[in-house]
Design a protein around this ligand. Structure first.
Ligand SMILES: NC(=O)c1ccc[n+]([C@@H]2O[C@H](COP(=O)([O-])OP(=O)(O)OC[C@H]3O[C@@H](n4cnc5c(N)ncnc54)[C@H](OP(=O)(O)O)[C@@H]3O)[C@@H](O)[C@H]2O)c1
Length: 235
């Protein structure tokens, strides 16, 4: 049987790269999307080369790029079965004080974390409806609890709402929509201030994604919150 096709945004490193590796082990062909093509090329080589992993440079902040990517996947591989809208970024912020990144640097995070998965959903859903496929979004534990002064947390609350809005609109299509909310995970994205905190490995989050995708097509795992043992409340 022809292998399913699994698209991962933010596949260059961290949670996305770990999920791509696990999906490849599960037999999927991978579409690897991020801005840095070099990182994707190295990962694709380790996953079996161009027949098994497509290098797909793409900036999820730009709708036309995501749309062109999905069109390329359907043109070259004829199908799209699972999409992991995972690309994201974070900067520290403060509303009441002057700490963290200056407001001029906030827009990039909002575009990446909110418009990124929204654009990915919009571009990919027609293909997922055709395949009866699965959309997985990376939210965060920060999208459930309050984080003082954190615009990052607010972007992940937006992803929580986005997943629910997409799932509601997909009723009757056969498409499944899963929100994965990781706690602190050991990737390049975490700030030095949290270096000593308990952390998940990226592979721990990848297993949660593959669990959801691996269920029967009649089972929609709506949400998975996975945090490291010992992570403090509201962290
Ligand atoms: N690490 C944690 O503790 C944690 C906890 C909860 C949730 N999360 C979420 O998990 C997701 C992955 O985070 P991570 O920790 O694995 O981060 P990471 O190691 O920094 O990886 C982020 C990935 O996203 C890509 N990316 C960033 N901006 C992009 C854009 N505009 N277009 C396309 N790709 C883009 C990056 O590649 P390029 O820079 O080459 O584009 C990279 O491949 C994010 O949504 C993050 O918010 C992380």
């Amino acid at each position: 049987m022809e292998a399913g096709v699994f698209l991962v945004t933010g596949a260059g490193r961290g949670i996305g790269a770990a999920t791509a590796r696990l999906a490849a082990e599960a037999g999927y062909r991978l579409v690897l999307a991020a801005r840095d093509a070099a990182a994707l090329t190295d990962l694709a080589a380790s996953l079996g080369g161009p027949d098994r992993a497509m290098v797909a440079p793409c900036d999820v902040r730009v709708y036309e790029q995501v749309e062109a990517l999905v069109a390329r996947v359907e043109r070259e591989w004829g199908r799209l079965d699972a999409v992991f809208a995972n690309a994201g970024t974070s900067v520290d912020t403060s509303f009441a004080g002057t700490g963290g990144a200056p407001p001029a640097e906030w827009s990039d995070m909002v575009l990446t974390n909110v418009c990124g998965p929204a654009f990915t959903a919009r571009a990919a859903l027609p293909a997922l409806v055709r395949s009866g496929g699965h959309l997985v979004l990376t939210g965060s534990a920060a999208g459930r609890g309050v984080r003082a002064g954190s615009l990052y947390s607010a972007t992940k609350w937006a992803v929580t709402g986005l997943a629910q809005a997409i799932r509601a609109e997909c009723v009757g299509t056969g498409v499944r929509v899963t929100l994965v909310q990781p706690g602190l995970t050991a990737t390049e994205a975490i700030p030095a201030s949290r270096a000593a905190d308990p952390k998940l490995a990226p592979e721990d989050v990848a297993r949660a994604v593959l669990y959801a995708v691996g269920q029967p097509s009649t089972v929609d795992v709506n949400e998975i919150l996975v945090r490291p043992v010992g992570q403090a409340a509201h962290r």
